[in-house]
Design a protein. Sequence first.
Length: 298
Amino acid sequence: MKIALLFFVFFSIVLNTISLNAMSWPSSEAVLVRNFGANNDGTPALGMAFAGETDVVAVKSGEVIFSRGGSSSQVCFAASRLPSPLGAWTAVDHGDGLISIYSRYNSDCDFLKTGLTRVEREQPIASAGISGWSERNGFYFKIFDREERRWVNPVMILTPMRETLPPQIFSVELRDAQGFVVSTNNITQGRYTIIVNAAGGRSQAPANVAISQLAPHRIVSSVNGSEAGSLNFEAVFVRDGVLMVSRNGLVPARQVYTRYPAFEVSEVFLTRGQVNLEIIVQDINGISRSIINRFVVN
């Protein structure tokens, strides 16, 4: 537990250092409909999806290292060895290994036809639209750290979020060693997996905009007052082609994102007696919500 805590503290310090030079949002008008870390049908969302008709702007000054339209014939600028989101997309290198990626927007790439290879902070890159796997007008936004080989949660680097709603906890389940979800508060001694269906705070959105369940910033589980595990959404690492997330250290994402739309937060061994299982969900602004489930272990 001490190792996991030290890992979390160290990782937070590193990202907080990066965030001292905060980036702008890629749009001041678009609505966030899916965020980083959300359970995307069994895999972690590696960026943010926005809806709306708006300009897509550079979050920070940088060099345009790749841009293409919605088809392979619409290549505006050369690139190599970069992640390849579907649809029209542009990548901007900001130095220190950080690359911002804007994709699934309108496939027009006229802004690069004049030979422009650099953008300034908040300079328009494209217009929101539909390309790739888009289902509505909007765009997709990611940040990749190629030095550390990780997808970074944009909220760790962008300027603070606007007013948000508090986090929500929809359900907490225990799954036994045989894979069955317990349906009673009287359980037997043994090892259990804690499964939490929760959402983080979000900005107010128009009534006509459907928003997918947004991931929180952190989920912590504790048993009788002692922390049993925590799941953090600061980044998703890439190790030998496998996506890894921070859950008491790095674990394969498939161990966490197995119960859509919930998350497997931790594994615990419950001994005989009264057990108070507390779940705390926190958003990026530090707003928390908690719930306590009580069990009798025989």
